[in-house]
Design a protein around this ligand. Structure first.
Ligand SMILES: Cc1cc2nc3c(=O)[nH]c(=O)nc-3n(C[C@H](O)[C@H](O)[C@H](O)COP(=O)(O)O)c2cc1C
Ligand code: SF4
Ligand code: SF4
Length: 277
C-alpha cells in the first residue's frame, strides 16, 4: 500500500504534526510519503492508495487555497482518507468541510483529529515575555498524545485493510453538524476574521533591517511578495499564513506597528523551514 500525508503549514505547526505522525507510522508495512501542497499537484495524489490530509484552521475553516487544492483532487472509487487540523482555539466545521467535499468524490473518511497548537495569527503581535509566548515556548512538543492516538488509529485501519477488510467497512463519519448556537458563533467568528483580514492585508511592510535576501519572495506560498526598485513590496493576494513575518532572518517584515520588536514563531521546535520550490 502507498500512502501520502499532504499538508499546508504557514508557520510550522502543521508541518511538525505531519512529521511527528510520519515518524509514529514508520514501522507500518506501508510506503508513506510526506508532501506540502506546495510540492505536489492534486492530480499526483491519484497514485496513492490512502491520503492523510493536514491543514491549519483559518477563521474556523480550512484555508481557502487549501480547500481549493482538496476540491481539485481527482474523483475516485472508494479511497480512504484521514483528516487532521492544527488550531489554537476554535475549529468550527473545518474537518467536516474537507471530509464532506471529498466524500462526494468517492473518498471514504476513516478518521480525523484536531490538534491544539499556539495561534499563528496572534504570536507576532505579542511581547516575547508574554504569558502566551512563554507557554508556547515551554510546552513539551516531543510527546503529543493526540497525535499518538491518531497514529494508533491509522495503524489499526491500515493493518485491517492489509488483511483484506474493505475500506468501506472502516468508514468513520466526520464530526456531526455543529449545533445552532455554535453555528451562530461560527458566523460571527468568520465575519470578525474577514473584517480583520481586510484591515491587516494592506498593512504589511518592510523596515530598514531588510538585507534584500529575497527569502520572503521565495517562501511566500501565494507569490504575493516581489522586489521593485530595490524594495520588497506586497501585492493584494496574501493568504495571511504569517510565514514571511516569522521567517524573515532580520525580523524586518511588519504588520502596521503592532509587530515591531514583538515575538517571531519558527514552529514547535524553533526550526521550521518551509518546503517550497
Ligand atoms: C489567518 C489565520 C486565521 C486563524 N484562524 C484560526 C481559527 O479560526 N481558529 C483557531 O483555533 N486558530 C486559528 N488560527 C491559528 C492556527 O490555526 C494555528 O496556529 C495553526 O496551528 C497554524 O498552523 P501552521 O503553523 O501550520 O500554519 C489562525 C491563524 C491564522 C494565520
Ligand atoms: S526575508 Fe526579510 S531580509 Fe530577506 S528580503 Fe525579505 S524582508 Fe528583506
Ligand atoms: S505575504 Fe501573505 S501569503 Fe505571503 S508569506 Fe506573507 S503572510 Fe503568507
Amino acid at each position: 500500500m502507498k500512502a501520502l500525508i499532504f499538508y499546508f503549514s504557514g508557520t510550522g505547526n502543521t508541518e511538525y504534526a505531519a512529521r511527528y505522525l510520519q515518524k509514529r507510522l514508520a514501522n507500518l508495512s506501508v510506503e508513506l510519503d510526506l508532501r506540502s501542497i506546495e510540492n505536489i499537484l492534486p492530480k499526483d495524489c491519484a497514485e496513492f492508495d490512502l491520503l492523510i490530509i493536514g491543514f491549519p484552521v483559518y477563521a474556523g475553516a480550512p484555508p481557502e487555497f487549501f480547500q481549493e487544492f482538496v476540491n481539485s483532487l481527482p474523483a475516485v472509487n472508494k479511497k480512504g482518507i484521514f483528516v487532521f487540523c492544527t488550531r489554537a482555539m476554535f475549529t468550527g466545521q473545518a474537518i467536516a468541510n474537507v471530509s464532506d467535499n471529498l466524500s462526494d468524490k468517492g473518498y471514504i473518511p476513516l478518521g480525523h483529529k484536531i490538534i491544539g497548537m499556539p495561534g499563528s495569527d496572534g504570536l507576532p503581535f505579542m511581547n516575547n515575555n508574554s504569558k502566551y509566548v512563554q507557554r508556547a515556548l515551554k510546552k513539551d512538543y516531543s510527546n503529543l498524545s493526540k497525535i499518538d492516538t491518531f497514529a494508533d488509529k491509522i495503524a489499526y485501519v491500515i493493518n485491517e485493510i492489509n488483511q483484506g477488510k474493505s475500506v468501506d467497512s472502516m468508514r468513520r463519519q466526520p464530526p456531526k453538524e455543529i449545533p445552532l448556537l455554535s453555528r451562530v458563533f461560527q458566523l460571527l467568528w468568520n465575519l470578525g476574521y474577514k473584517f480583520a483580514e481586510k484591515k491587516i492585508k494592506p498593512k504589511f511592510w518592510v523596515d530598514e533591517k531588510c538585507i534584500n535576501c529575497q527569502l520572503c519572495i521565495k517562501q511566500c506560498p501565494s507569490k504575493n511578495i516581489s522586489m521593485k526598485n530595490g524594495f520588497i513590496i506586497f501585492d493584494t493576494h496574501c493568504y495571511m499564513c504569517m510565514r514571511c513575518i516569522n521567517q524573515c532572518p532580520r525580523e524586518a517584515i511588519q504588520i502596521g506597528k503592532g509587530t515591531i520588536n514583538k515575538f517571531r514563531w519558527k514552529g514547535p521546535m524553533g526550526d521550521f523551514k518551509p518546503e517550497c520550490k
